[in-house]
Write a protein that binds this ligand. Structure first.
Ligand code: IPE
Ligand code: IPE
Ligand code: MG
Length: 248
């Protein structure tokens, strides 16, 4: 399917992929099958985002709080991420997709970190969609790590405390060279950010949809782009959206 015919396409879409467990429960299936069906939705969404002309797609894959789930579920989720990278990396690379990973890399055990680094390294010069995978990601943790880096620079005398500005925080976040998300979608009907991109979401449009993540597809993605195109972003000023601007 071609690109949706919309006047405005968000440059960066971020998604809180929620509801895998409830999708499975509703069908009397184990939660892990919800997660594996969710990977299919990831594949379809990555393609739809590229086709639509979105430049950055960030997917919340595993939060720094998700370690508190039962060990078996954590292992299932890590296993799916591993398999996704092993199986899909070559194809994503062929499709010129660049992969970036955000989240804390310290203390990750086993082969997960090397796989994430391989995905970034292999695709670093690609120029189509940038797929940002938020893994072991928590926004407060990211901000704390950024503030620590800034404190080191202050201590070393590179930065004076009264020179500190928003840009100095942004440039020390994991998302340093990634534009802020224009649109954040959360599936499954929950209406919260769950520690996702708190700093970066300052002026993001938020869209909460009832569908569980495994049911998410190209059509729902394009529907979300349509809703985005109808929103009037003002950034604290007056109307900024040419499609809804009132002249006079
Ligand atoms: C999203 O689905 C996947 C992750 C958080 C990793 P959930 O596993 O949170 O599914 P629900 O919210 O329990 O339905
Ligand atoms: C957010 O979903 C994390 C991911 C989608 C990876 P959760 O299911 O963990 O969020 P809460 O616990 O319902 O807020
Ligand atoms: Mg959930």
């Amino acid at each position: 399917m071609a690109k949706p015919d919309l006047a405005i396409i968000p440059r960066h879409v971020a998604i809180i992929m929620d509801g895998n467990g409830r999708w499975a429960n509703k069908r009397g299936l184990p939660r892990t099958l919800g997660h594996s069906k969710g990977v299919e939705a990831v594949r379809e969404t990555v393609r739809a985002a590229g086709d639509a002309g979105v430049e950055y797609l960030t997917l919340f894959a595993f939060s720094s709080e998700n370690w508190s789930r039962p060990e078996t579920e954590v292992n299932d989720l890590l296993g799916l991420l591993r398999r996704f990278i092993r199986r899909d990396l070559a194809e994503l690379h062929r499709e010129n997709v660049r992969i970036r990973v955000i989240g804390d890399r310290e203390g990750l055990k086993g082969d997960i970190l090397p796989l994430l680094l391989e995905a970034e390294e292999t695709t670093r010069d690609n120029t189509a969609l940038t797929l940002v995978i938020a893994f072991n990601y928590g926004s407060r943790d990211e901000i704390v790590r950024a503030v620590k880096k800034l404190a080191v620079d202050v201590q070393a005398g590179f930065v004076q405390p009264d020179e500190i500005n928003a840009g100095m925080i942004s440039s020390r976040l994991d998302t340093a060279d990634i534009p802020d998300p224009d649109l954040i979608i959360r599936t499954s009907g929950e209406e919260r950010l769950s520690n996702f991109l708190l700093w970066q979401a300052a002026y993001s449009e938020l869209l909460f949809i009832p569908d569980y993540w495994p049911d998410f597809d190209r059509n729902l993605f394009f529907d979300a782009l349509k809703v985005f195109a109808s929103r009037d972003r003002r950034f604290g000023g007056l109307t900024n959206n040419p499609t809804t601007a009132v002249v006079g």
